[in-house]
Write a protein that binds this ligand. Structure first.
Ligand SMILES: [Fe+2]
Ligand SMILES: [Fe+2]
Length: 352
């Protein structure tokens, strides 16, 4: 086996690895998706569909002639973290593609079929573009294999809506924050791929809007006990990003970012957007919020260490760290949240 083959396998293996932090593959209740009715928000829905139909990014995910010239040699540590970042990004883009394509295949509802087709199209372009860069490093993820080999997690449609809505919006916020930063500080653009992020993030923003409209058409999803679920997903999505980004110090240094500052900026932007639909946001300015996220990040790094160590001691350590992580997460969940009056819940005030 050649070195390239070994690394190729490493990349696919990494993408297959199941942990709380790695991007997952999802499936849902297709009959419920088939019953979604967009009529209550028909005007907004059609306007959004027209954007998808225009397909303004049709030719965007192609390399230009400067691309190869801008590729630089990276230090081994940076290369490793950059590849981790790319594998995780390609996997989550592809996971979106698979979910949307599967829903499209399973339903007859014309609105749902149409939009899932557009989003599957976009995500496959995104995954393909990242995979091209992985290919340059000799480590593409075998996406077709991943589709068969990855375990699928079943999520009720409402959990899909909360979590995928947030993933799309946080994806938008991440891409645009990196793009704007590198626009101001081009000396940190260590790879040409980042030049694609501006138009790319518009796709993610639109994808988020799809789920926002689905929730708006079903306003019961935004009130009552469901608000506890919204709170849970806000925290789960935010914490996952924070913890994962804090495992990549070299990557952030190369981009000229402090990961904490970058993450807080991304979370603030995501909250600004999500309060247009969610009746609550997490209080990001509460010092306890950041302190507990930092605790989670430290627990995660210690867990990776214990895993590497292996054996009985490693196992016991990991079990202890798992309990500590749940305790910190619970503490974060219990922090006070901010309530908002969105156009929908003015009428449908949360019942708690
Ligand atoms: Fe995407
Ligand atoms: Fe997306």
């Amino acid at each position: 086996m050649t070195t390239t083959d070994t690394r190729h396998n490493d990349s696919t293996t990494k993408a297959r690895t199941e942990s709380l932090l790695t991007p997952r593959f999802y499936t849902t209740d297709m009959e419920a998706m088939d019953r979604l009715d967009m009529d209550p928000i028909r005007g907004e829905w059609e306007a959004l569909m027209n954007e998808f139909r225009d397909d303004s990014n049709q030719n965007h995910f192609k390399r230009d002639e400067d691309f190869d010239k801008e590729v630089k040699k990276l230090s081994p540590e940076l290369e490793q973290e950059f590849l981790d970042f790319l594998v995780s990004s390609a996997t989550s883009e592809y996971s979106g593609h698979v979910l949307y394509a599967d829903i499209k295949k399973a339903v007859k509802n014309e609105d749902v079929r149409e939009v899932m087709g557009y989003m599957a199209r976009d995500e496959s372009r995104h995954a393909g573009f990242i995979n091209q860069t992985l290919n340059d490093f000799g480590v593409p993820v075998n996406l077709g294999f991943l589709r068969k080999a990855k375990k699928y997690k079943y999520f009720k449609p409402k959990y899909i809506m909360y979590s995928v809505y947030l993933s799309e919006k946080i994806g938008y916020a991440r891409y645009i924050t990196i793009y704007r930063h590198l626009e101001r500080n081009p000396e940190f653009r260590f790879h040409p791929m980042f030049r694609w992020f501006e138009q790319w993030c518009n796709d993610e923003f639109r994808h988020g809007e799809v789920f926002a409209l689905m929730m708006k058409a079903n306003p019961h999803l935004l009130r009552g006990l469901n608000v506890y679920w919204i709170r849970f997903f806000l925290l789960a999505v935010y914490a996952t990003m924070y913890v994962r980004d804090h495992t990549r110090p070299e990557l952030h240094q190369a981009l000229g970012f402090d990961p904490t500052e970058y993450d807080m900026k991304v979370l603030k932007l995501t909250s600004e957007i999500s309060k247009q639909i969610f009746p609550i946001t997490l209080d990001l300015d509460n010092p306890k919020f950041k302190a507990n996220l930092d605790r989670l990040a430290r627990i995660n790094i210690a867990t990776v260490e214990a895993k590497r160590r292996g054996g009985l001691v490693g196992l016991v350590k990991r079990a202890g760290l798992g309990i500590a992580a749940v305790a910190v997460f619970t503490r974060l969940y219990a922090l006070p949240v901010e309530h908002h009056k969105t156009p929908e819940n003015v009428r449908l005030a949360p019942t708690w």
